[in-house]
Write a protein that binds this ligand. Structure first.
Ligand code: SAM
Length: 256
């Protein structure tokens, strides 16, 4: 690895707490170089200085690095399976599911779950976490632009959102039951006994060793027979290694 980049990784971690060595190197370095070109930043040292001196640029850079694109009902097949297979089972069992949307970004995933749970008339609590404060701010505000709402069935949009000048805002009743919190998957402790954990389109950026470690941690954070939901580019080849079995597209269940 190039020495200047290795030194940058150390300085960056000291400055922001984010361990870049856990992310795929080529992809990450390419993104950093692109950003430096865009803003005419000449060296990694200058980039560290910029992050230290300009809080706004620091947040912008962090947001850019962690790529927070998301959408409501992203990969609809997954949410159809949750709706048709898992929610009726929870309802029959009379449980109030505890759900964790890990790497929730702007909150679209957490609100999508809340919509499905309300439609199924289930009580719930959702913990929605991300490392990116900017994304979490939008999640808490609940205000979205049209392109982020493309996957939403029109009937659902009418019931759960109000139209405003800048876009659509989720109803306060949808926000109740969701806690948005900053959490770094690489170093903060995980909760326990979740009925479902969704971690989608987050793993693709991590090295394989980091992915394995996180999958072990996620499996430990589930209750028995709890569900882990991955992104479609992150499906597991050997879920048994983590005590999981595949039950549907992108959905895995912790074995008894
Ligand atoms: C592409 S978005 C995925 C959003 C949503 N899960 C979805 O599938 O639409 C990836 C998210 O992972 C978050 N992320 C990246 N590294 C993280 C880390 N170490 N801890 C927590 N979140 C992280 C990013 O901030 C970003 O919001």
């Amino acid at each position: 690895m190039d020495l200047a980049y290795a030194a940058f990784q150390r300085a960056f971690q000291q400055e922001t707490g984010l361990d870049l060595t856990s992310y795929k190197q080529r992809q990450m370095q390419r993104r950093i170089d692109q950003w430096m070109n865009r803003y005419g930043v000449q060296s990694y040292n200058d980039l560290i200085k910029l992050i230290q001196e300009d809080p706004e640029k620091r947040e912008e850079f962090l947001g850019y690095l962690t790529i927070n694109t998301s959408q409501f009902f992203r990969d609809k097949r997954v949410f159809d399976n949750i709706q048709n297979m898992i929610l009726p089972e929870w309802k029959k069992q009379g449980i109030t599911p505890r759900i964790w949307s890990a790497g929730t970004s702007i909150g679209a995933e957490a609100y999508t779950m809340a919509i499905l749970l309300q439609e199924a008339k289930l009580n719930y609590s959702i913990l929605a976490t991300d490392i990116d404060e900017g994304a979490l701010q939008q999640a808490r505000s609940g205000l979205y632009r049209e392109h982020q709402l493309q996957g939403i069935p029109p009937g659902i949009l009418k019931v759960y959102f109000t139209e405003e000048a800048e876009g659509y805002r989720v109803l306060p009743s949808l926000q109740r039951g969701i806690t948005f919190r900053r959490h770094n998957l690489l170093e903060d402790p995980f909760g326990r006994a979740f009925d479902m954990i969704l971690c989608r389109n987050v793993f693709i950026y991590f090295t394989w060793e980091t992915q394995e470690r996180l999958l072990q941690d996620f499996a430990r954070a589930l209750r028995r027979e709890g569900y882990f939901v991955s992104g479609s580019a992150e499906q597991m080849t050997d879920p048994g290694k983590f005590g999981l079995k595949r039950v549907a597209h992108c959905i895995y269940q912790l074995e008894k």
